[in-house]
Design a protein around this ligand. Structure first.
Ligand code: RUQ
Ligand code: CUA
Length: 644
């Protein structure tokens, strides 16, 4: 489908695959570079640059995606000290998430997610500190965390027609949409069976625009654009000059199945897809869509101007837009160059219909007409970030390094080794129109040998690098649980989180603030309890029910003092919740096990924390009474232990 325009890519690709094989030889297992020994001066400088004295605060928040942990990790920069885990897609007993009714309802039937890309909400292209959105690659969802209390407030999905929600969540410059591209292609709507032989013709990907409510942040389904069966990878949003556009790389232009490492790397080029999301909005308004599984889906054949394909070197991963929006940079993983494309040239090529083919109705733009420069960054380029001084920083997975290069001259000016196999890199404000120029994080996939040994399950290594001078300087190694992919960072003074839930703002109709209003009510076999928690008691401290009753407990932590969290755990009922000061949580369970069970506070809240306990008394079916030793023997645990 491509005739012209691919020649320069071919040449670079040939050179690069030679370089790549050399590099792979150098990086065989067992040949891993040893930790680097620093000069004394370096250590003293690095220590001073990252030291945050006791009682002092960091300058930035880091929000790491937590990968398959389903969580977000929060740390401070430059100290790199971890501060908090925000559970999102997975239960997390530490904060009681996934055990109360509110979070159980959000999680639905899923107990994990795969978080790759945190996206802070934006106003005029800058982080506004309101919400943090994250994607779930595994179960095709997105979530919203409110930065006013650092809690997950909403999980949206599974999104119709999306298989592999990897290419998101990316927020538009005024948070109108979360945009995402699907990683896998499947027959649509989901649930349809078609043999894999029909992959190239009847399987599809989609680009999705999820609408974000400007006041509440509430997420709803906006629209989708039907895509050919390419595997879309990660993207970046147009800003300033290119506001209204979005870009994603894709691999597998071959539309191949089977062993993709071979079958999808046959051609010399893959594509970057450019989507004009404002044109997509217009197409929806003029009715150019069909409904698929409840979603308004635009077929690019019916809406010219919505999507274009730009050839790029093969098997690309990241594409990144410069802060002024004038260029987008895409890298093939198997070559040693990264290509800079001009947004203005893309517009000219589109206007002149300088196309070399099309894929399912999406025009393919002439590579040479859109290319601005090819930069010899090094081996295995993945992602690029930008600072405030006109420099770009590209992560080199194969080479385990970051290349710094200059926009305009397209020359590499510095390179720093990292440990090891860097994926993303991140600069504070990195996805905004005003990135910062002090630090870059190297989010390395491997850490071997740089931490106390903890056996085979090794942590990830995030390295903090100073980029304020001409030469990049390594400052710090921070280890995290698996697996941060990306991080966004915001200046600390832009967030103003609350520290207690003010009583006046607790609108839960079941909240009670006075012991007088606590109590136990029965409606049929439903027992409803209004309970308070305060240092150092629960009221009521005794709940009597019948075996088989449904029990609902509204627990309000009536503290208005910072840090006075109370937990509520019920032994052998698998329940652990936590209520922050001023918060109400709903606990619900069927009292299916007879006997007497203690509930207790799980957070060491006061000198008499141990005394903060009560009893759930469950009368057995058939009437209360003392169980004989032999009936006790039928208890599930004894039975499963085979003791009788
Ligand atoms: S991807 S290592 Cu999941 Cu963001 Cu690039
Ligand atoms: Cu409340 Cu311990």
């Amino acid at each position: 489908m491509i005739s012209k325009g691919a020649s320069s890519i071919v040449k670079s690709a040939v050179q690069a695959s030679f370089l790549l094989s050399m590099a792979l030889l150098l990086f065989l297992p067992g040949c891993a570079p040893k930790p680097k020994v620093h000069q004394r001066g370096d250590i003293a400088q690095a220590a001073a640059a990252t030291y945050v004295a006791p009682g002092d605060l960091d300058q930035y928040y880091i929000f790491y995606s937590g990968g398959q942990s389903g969580s977000v990790f929060v740390a401070g920069l430059p100290s790199m000290r971890p501060i908090l885990t925000i559970p999102v897609f997975a239960p997390y007993p530490a904060t009681g998430y996934g055990y109360d009714q509110e979070s159980k309802a959000m999680l639905g039937k899923y107990t994990w997610g795969d978080v790759h890309h945190p996206a802070l909400s934006q106003t005029k292209g800058d982080y506004d500190g309101r919400w943090l959105f994250v994607n779930d690659n595994a179960n095709n969802r997105v979530a919203r965390i409110d930065l006013h209390d650092f809690k997950t407030k909403e999980i949206f999905g599974p999104i119709p027609n999306v298989s592999g929600n990897h290419g998101g969540a990316f927020v538009t410059p005024n948070s109108e949409y979360l945009l995402a591209a699907s990683r896998f292609s499947v027959p649509l709507p989901k649930g349809t069976y078609l043999p894999i032989e029909q992959y190239a013709t009847n399987y599809h990907g989609v680009v999705t625009g999820l609408a974000v409510d400007a006041k509440t942040g509430h997420i709803s389904l906006g629209w989708q654009v039907l895509m050919p069966p390419l595997d879309f990878d990660i993207g970046s949003l147009g800003k300033a000059a290119s506001e209204g556009w979005a870009f994603w790389t894709s691999y597998n232009a071959e539309r191949a199945t089977g062993k993709l490492e071979v079958t999808s790397t046959q051609r010399d080029r893959d594509y970057i897809v450019a989507v004009n999301w404002k044109a997509a909005e217009q197409a929806i308004k003029s009715g150019k869509y069909k409904m698929i599984d409840g979603a308004k889906v635009i077929d690019p054949r019916d809406a010219p101007g919505v999507a274009f394909l730009v050839p790029c070197s093969k098997s690309p991963h990241g594409v990144d837009v410069t802060p002024d929006g004038k260029y987008f940079v895409g890298s093939g993983k198997l070559v040693g160059i990264t290509t800079v494309f001009s947004f203005a040239k893309l517009q000219q090529a589109i206007a002149a219909k300088n196309f070399t083919g099309n894929e399912d109705g999406i025009p393919v733009v002439n590579y040479d007409a859109v290319k601005e420069a090819e930069v010899n960054v090094g081996l295995g380029p993945l992602h690029t970030q930008f600072d405030d001084k006109g420099y770009a920083y590209t992560s080199l997975y194969v080479e385990s390094a970051i290349a710094k290069w200059k926009l305009g001259t397209w020359e590499v000016v510095d390179k720093i080794p990292v440990s090891y196999n860097i994926g993303h890199l991140a600069i504070p404000g990195g996805d905004t129109v005003h990135p910062d120029g002090k630090y870059v994080l190297a989010l390395n996939k491997l850490s071997h040998g740089r931490h106390l040994s903890v056996g085979p399950a090794q942590p990830e290594d995030t390295q903090l690098i100073d980029i304020s001078g001409d030469k990049m300087k390594l400052l710090y190694d921070a280890f995290t649980e698996p697996e941060p992919h990306y991080a966004e960072m915001i200046p600390a003074d832009r967030l103003h989180p609350i520290e207690v839930y003010a009583q006046a703002e607790n609108h839960d109709p079941n909240a009670v603030w006075d012991v007088q209003h606590t109590g136990i009510k029965r409606e049929g076999n439903h027992v409803v309890v209004h309970m308070t928690a305060v240092r150092s008691n629960f009221e009521p401290n005794k709940i009597e029910v019948n075996q088989g009753d449904l029990v609902t407990i509204y627990l309000t932590n009536i503290e208005q003092t910072t840090n006075e969290i109370h937990g509520w755990a019920l032994e052998e009922y698998n329940i652990q919740i936590a209520a922050d000061p001023g918060e109400t949580k709903t606990i619900e369970f069927v009292a299916d096990k007879p006997g007497v069970f203690a509930y207790y506070c799980t957070k060491f809240c006061s000198a008499l924390h141990q005394e903060m306990q009560g009893y759930l008394l469950v009368k057995p079916k058939g009437g209360a009474g003392t169980k004989t030793a032999s009936t006790h023997g039928s208890h599930e645990q004894l039975a499963s232990a085979g003791s009788r």
